[in-house]
Structure formats: C-alpha cells, structure tokens
Design a protein around this ligand. Structure first.
Ligand SMILES: [Zn+2]
Length: 67
C-alpha cells in the first residue's frame, strides 16, 4: 500500500502484509511516519517512553514477532 510520511511528506510503499499496513488500514493514512522521522520522534520521546506512558515501540515489536 502507498503511504505518505506526515512529517516530511515523503511517499513510500509498505507491504500489505506488514503489521504497520494492517494498523494503517484502521487509521487515517496521515498517521504514517517514515523510518527516518519515526527514529527522530522516538529518540525525542524516549524520555516519555521511559515513564511507561508510551509503549508503541514495544507493542509494534511484539506484533512483528507474531507475524
Ligand atoms: Zn518522514
């Protein structure tokens, strides 16, 4: 499926079978972030993740293991 990064407007394509594609089907396409921006945001929010409020990285990692 085609996706567009919400932060840098870069267009990309991800596999329909990817866990991220399954998530995006249930959400607006605007929630997609390219890996570059995702890493940037993740390092910025690392402190908040450490507090336990955000755990999407862990969630996504365990989802990938299941597939
Ligand atoms: Zn981006």
């Amino acid at each position: 499926m085609l996706v567009k990064c919400v932060l840098c407007d870069r267009e990309g394509e991800i596999s329909d079978d990817a866990p991220e594609a399954k998530r995006l089907r249930n959400r607006p396409i605007h929630t997609y972030m390219c890996p570059e921006c995702h890493d940037r945001i993740s390092s910025r929010t690392a402190e908040r993740i450490a507090t336990g409020k955000f755990c999407f990285r862990r969630t996504s990692a365990s989802a990938e293991e299941r597939f």
